[in-house]
Design a protein around this ligand. Structure first.
Ligand code: ADP
Length: 291
């Protein structure tokens, strides 16, 4: 596999404060890679170093085998970027920006491609940037990034401000691009978004990567069971495969990934007042890390 992004011991310090603290990461070709963490975790700072908007304090990063500081001009020709706060010249219209981007990157058949994206993302071509909402500005930035046929898309909180239908369309395009071999680096603070759309994700907190996980896109096997019942004993639950069993009086909670029938048979012997069975999600897995 070709390494598209390679980060080695990257650190950014502001005086004594480490906004990014010694992170290392490899992202392979065609991956949709999530970069998730709470606000202030260091996501944008990492991305800004990848694009050479700010210099690392130490460490290095490579994109497509090129050094992010020394070969940034070459890198920028191949990377589409959506910043977390989109800023364009206020007087330009969406269409002005698309035409400019297409010309700059030598996009073939640009008129038809632009029209396709205008329709697809429901963008009003002749409105000035100054008159657009945050979500509509994001759409302009997204289309600009897509237009240039990049090898890598770096998207910093791209769904911020987008309505659910447009979010859905965005991920349809991203998944199509990924199938074509485009690599997608998606920063987000939304676990659900990452869980639904990414192949892998890195979790960042206080500037440090605390975990890198493969994601089973929407196909959660493990379940979380929450129930309320009298006189259950923990051993009988564990015998049928329950793990991480927690009890508080009559309230039980555990993780279960075996067949459902043995669980139902066991529970039928008790007086169950309430039960909830739901897929274990990233939130369950990682909430504790953020607390
Ligand atoms: P995220 O994108 O995950 O929300 P950022 O990368 O924007 O987080 O910020 C990481 C941390 O670095 C935050 O605590 C932020 O306040 C701090 N930070 C970012 N830029 C600067 C700067 N120019 N000077 C000082 N601190 C900064």
């Amino acid at each position: 596999m070709t390494k598209i992004i390679e980060i080695n011991n990257l650190t950014k310090k502001y005086k004594a404060f480490k906004a990014v603290d010694n992170i290392s990461l490899v992202i392979e070709e065609g991956e949709i890679f999530g970069f998730i963490g709470p606000n202030g975790a260091g996501k944008s700072t990492t991305i800004k170093m990848l694009l050479n908007f700010i210099f690392p304090t130490s460490g290095e990063a490579k994109i497509l085998g090129m050094d992010c500081v020394k070969q940034s001009i070459e890198i920028k020709k191949l990377v589409g970027y959506v910043s977390s706060d989109v800023r364009y010249y206020h007087e330009m219209t969406s269409l002005d920006i698309f035409k400019y981007t297409a010309e700059f990157h030598g996009v073939k058949n640009s008129k038809a491609v632009i029209q396709h994206y205008l329709d697809y993302f429901e963008i009003e071509p002749n409105k000035k940037i100054s008159d657009l909402s945050l979500g509509n500005k994001k759409k302009v930035a997204i289309v600009s990034a897509l237009l240039q046929n990049p090898k890598l898309l770096i998207l910093d909180e791209p769904t911020n401000g987008l309505d659910p239908m447009i979010q859905h369309r965005l991920f349809e395009v991203l998944e199509e691009k990924s199938r074509e071999g485009v690599t997608i680096f998606l920063s987000s603070h939304d676990l659900h978004e990452i869980q639904t759309h990414c192949d892998r994700a890195a979790f960042i907190k206080n500037g440090q990567i605390i975990s890198i996980e493969a994601i089973n896109k929407g196909k959660e096997i493990e379940k979380k069971v929450i129930l309320s019942a009298k006189n259950i004993n923990q051993e009988s639950l564990e015998e049928i495969g329950a793990t991480q069993v927690k009890q508080n009086d009559e309230n039980w909670q555990f993780i279960y990934k075996e067949a459902v029938n043995p669980l139902l048979q066991l529970l039928s012997q008790y007086d169950v007042a309430d039960i909830e069975i739901k897929p274990l999600d990233l939130e369950d897995k990682f909430l504790s890390m953020y607390e």
